[in-house]
Design a protein around this ligand. Structure first.
Ligand code: UDP
Ligand code: MG
Length: 325
């Protein structure tokens, strides 16, 4: 396509982004208008506790191209984004953060790549401004670990900011799982993918809602959603320990026969009991992580509930209605 006669959906999950709504809207629309793109901005209010919804209401009343999906509570970014994807019917879809960490100015670059014939163009962060070395270090480590554990490639240092064609989005919308580790799902669907690099900016206002505990859980979610490796580690750990115990048993027998009575000390007994107790609890917990996820999936609840939609007409809902009347 050489002209700009395609539609773009911009998907913006928002949780307590009141301070960012107006600036985001201004900067985004200025850019999209300057390129003369046809666009829709789909904002998902993910149960914000501040004035995000009020501000969105005002923006949407003045601009019909802004659609607002108000979820019934906070479902988390992954689900909010999944909701947005279901509402997008454009030729290309771009999820982006509301805090302007992903600069809208990168969008034309993504579109250029798409025009070269790619289905997915993801934006890889060259540098992360305004984030601690510890966050950068753990993020780096996480991408390496998950990269080793999955059978398909999850690009490192890549967030959810990317361009996808309608076909890719339809594929994503067909995935039924409740545990939606989007970075993994984006890769899992495949298609022709490429990347561009960009500088990730600091947050415009407000603060990140991902603390380390949330990030840790996010990492576990990613790994358990896409890999059995931890379960296999338990098997091998068990094998190794059993092997070592056998050797130790043989040593004890031989020592008793050759050197006579040797009642082993209390400390070694205690260490062994505590160690194996720990390993057993850990592996049980590990299995629990998977069982818990099976439990959640088996409930088959809707992914999210919608409290209110603004500027959305019925034809835009090509999926099962989860709107509460
Ligand atoms: N977000 C969301 N629901 C949540 C947490 C975050 O929709 O429960 C949105 C948030 O409003 C922002 C994006 O997800 O648009 C990224 O969040 P944040 O900036 O807190 O994460 P970080 O950039 O630190 O990874
Ligand atoms: Mg952010």
């Amino acid at each position: 396509m050489t002209n700009n006669k395609f539609n773009i959906s911009i998907i913006v999950p928002m949780f307590n982004e009141g301070e960012n709504v107006n600036v985001f809207y201004e900067r985004m629309t200025n850019l999209l208008n300057s390129y003369d793109y046809n666009y829709t901005i789909i904002c998902i209010n993910d149960g914000s506790k501040d004035d995000t919804m009020e501000r969105l209401r005002i923006v949407a009343s003045q601009d019909k191209r802004v659609k607002v999906i108000n979820l019934s509570r906070n479902f988390g970014k992954e689900i909010a984004m999944s909701a947005g994807l279901r509402y997008s019917q454009s030729d290309i879809v771009i999820p982006i953060d509301a805090d302007l960490q992903d600069p809208p100015e990168v969008i034309p670059l993504l579109i250029e790549k798409w025009k070269e014939g790619y289905d997915v163009v993801y934006a890889t962060r060259l540098k992360r401004e305004g984030e601690t070395w510890f966050k950068k270090f753990t993020a780096h480590f996480f991408y390496r670990v998950i990269g080793k554990m999955t059978r398909f490639e999850i690009p490192a240092d890549t967030g959810d900011f990317r361009l996808m064609t309608k076909q890719v989005v339809e594929a994503l919308n067909k995935l039924p799982e409740q545990h939606r580790f989007m970075k993994g799902l984006f890769s899992w669907v495949g298609f022709k993918q490429t990347s561009i690099s960009y500088y990730r900016e600091p947050r415009y206002a407000g603060k990140s809602s991902f603390n380390y505990w949330k990030l840790w859980n996010f990492a576990i979610e990613g790994i358990t959603s896409f890999s059995f490796a931890p379960l296999q580690i338990a098997t091998y750990l068990g094998l190794v320990i059993a092997g070592l115990s056998l050797l130790y048993a043989i040593y004890l027998i031989v020592a008793t026969i050759t050197l006579g009575n040797a009642v082993a000390g209390y400390p070694s007994l205690m260490v062994a009991i505590l160690f194996f107790g720990g390993v057993q609890l850990m592996t049980l917990g590990l299995i629990g992580e998977y069982v818990g996820r099976i439990y959640n999936e088996s409930k088959r609840r809707p992914l999210y509930l919608v409290k209110e939609e603004i500027n959305v007409d019925n034809s835009q809902r090509s999926f099962e209605l989860t709107l509460l009347k």
